[in-house]
Ligand binder design. Structure first.
Ligand code: SF4
Ligand code: SF4
Length: 407
């Protein structure tokens, strides 16, 4: 089913979307700009352009950062149109193998465990953040009980956590921080079964796998939704896909109306983690640290979910917050395609972010997105920087424990 029809040709060519576009900032030509992408899509829809490898290469330079959509005066869903074009593109063999694993979670775990025990040099296939990402030997969801009662007493709330793949397989310490924070606030926790949210498959145009993953997750959530006050998602990309894209994914098949009703019931209780903690937990009165923190607004948190105040308020309660210039500019991570085949482009965008971070003189950089963490961590290390990346939930955990986190 085609979700967006003839929208590309409604562009009034005002160019307001162009200056903030990461792709345009690197390539500096009209073709690699939102307006250029729309023109190509419009020509493709009219039948005067074929979706060949050249067009695919151009479309793959869009980082789906959403900046153009928020700048467009007539709200053309440029990112969604590009995603829709990607559903017609050929999916590379490496991605098809990865997406096959996402559909087969037992095999996926086995393969990720294998990677965790490989020497790091074996998987440093390319000089990109993704290829240098390490797998944990102890996965977050496997190393905790499914139900965790808070050690604090009295009338507590209960939440479920959707960890997301990066926390589950690569950064389990962030999940552990969230458990400790929730325990401090007297919140009981459920860790339901869960699959990938579908971000990599959806952004790459594999709609069938995306639908499969969304439905599996909905079935798991249906079992626990009446038992919890909220489902917390400590990861902006997953939260954005679950809250804003799952309905679009299901809408690719007209027979999914029942699933969309179930989704709406579950979505009412979904929150990016800092939003829920800011609304429902009292984190005032925490001892201030002298450490300086700067905050990076991940594209999915600020442009899609409009979450900017909540993580800042949490950080400000325990640290000195210093704003970097252009905090909402994209870090350049860009997903599998960019990390695999266009990492020079990704790095060029990321290096600007690293400079902006360093100019603040902050000792810590924070963001509620683990794809951004992967990119920023990698580039900071390459730059031999002393700045350390912490998720806002890790900072909150440290505040609650009153530890000084940077020596
Ligand atoms: S989503 Fe981001 S990279 Fe893609 S066209 Fe829009 S501004 Fe450019
Ligand atoms: S801001 Fe919107 S209307 Fe203006 S050129 Fe960009 S896509 Fe077209």
């Amino acid at each position: 089913m085609k979700v967006f029809k003839n929208i590309a040709s409604t562009c009034i060519k005002c160019a307001k979307c162009i200056p903030d576009c990461s792709s345009y900032q690197f390539y500096r030509d009209e073709v690699h700009s939102p307006r250029g992408f729309l023109e190509l899509i419009s020509q493709y829809e009219k039948g005067s352009l074929r979706l060949d490898s050249n067009l695919q290469e151009v479309m793959d330079t869009c980082l789906l950062c959403n900046h153009c959509v928020s700048n467009c005066p007539i709200s053309i869903p440029i990112d969604s149109l590009i995603q829709e074009i990607r559903t017609k593109q050929k999916i590379s063999l490496s991605k098809r193998i990865y997406f096959f694993l996402l559909r087969h979670s037992v095999l996926k775990k086995f393969v990720f465990k294998f990677f965790a025990f490989l020497p790091p040099c074996e998987i440093k296939h390319k000089d990109s953040a993704l290829w240098n990402l390490r797998f944990s030997r102890s996965f977050f969801l496997d190393s905790h009980p499914k139900s965790i009662a808070s050690s604090k007493q009295g009338g507590q709330k209960k939440v479920a956590i959707f960890a997301g793949c990066l926390i589950n397989y690569n950064y389990p310490h962030i999940g552990k921080s969230l458990l400790k924070v929730l325990d401090s606030f007297g919140v009981d926790v459920l860790l339901p079964k869960q699959e990938c949210c579908g971000a990599p498959t959806y952004f790459s145009g594999d709609i069938q796998t995306s639908i499969f993953l969304v439905k599996k997750n909905l079935l798991y959530f249906e079992e626990i939704i009446d038992l919890v006050d909220a489902i917390l998602i400590p990861e902006a990309t997953c939260a954005s896909v679950m809250l804003k894209d799952w309905q679009k994914i299901l809408s690719f098949d007209e027979k999914n109306q029942e699933w969309i009703l179930l989704l709406k019931k579950i979505q009412d209780k979904m929150f990016i983690a800092t939003e829920w903690i800011y609304k429902f937990c009292d984190f005032s009165g925490i001892r201030k640290s002298k450490k300086r923190v700067t905050y990076h607004d991940s594209c999915h948190a600020c442009k899609v979910l409009q979450i900017t105040k909540e993580p800042r308020e949490i950080i400000k309660s325990g640290f000195e917050l210093i704003e970097m210039s252009d905090s909402s500019s994209c870090c350049g991570f860009g997903g599998i395609e960019v990390q695999n085949n266009n990492f020079e482009f990704s790095r060029a965008i990321g290096v600007k972010k690293i400079r902006d971070i360093q100019q603040t003189n902050a000792q810590i950089v924070s963001a509620e997105c683990n794809a951004c963490k992967t990119q920023i961590d990698y580039l900071l290390k390459k730059d031999q920087s002393n700045v350390i990346f912490y998720h806002p939930i890790e900072l909150l955990e440290q505040m609650l424990e009153r530890k000084d986190i940077v020596q």
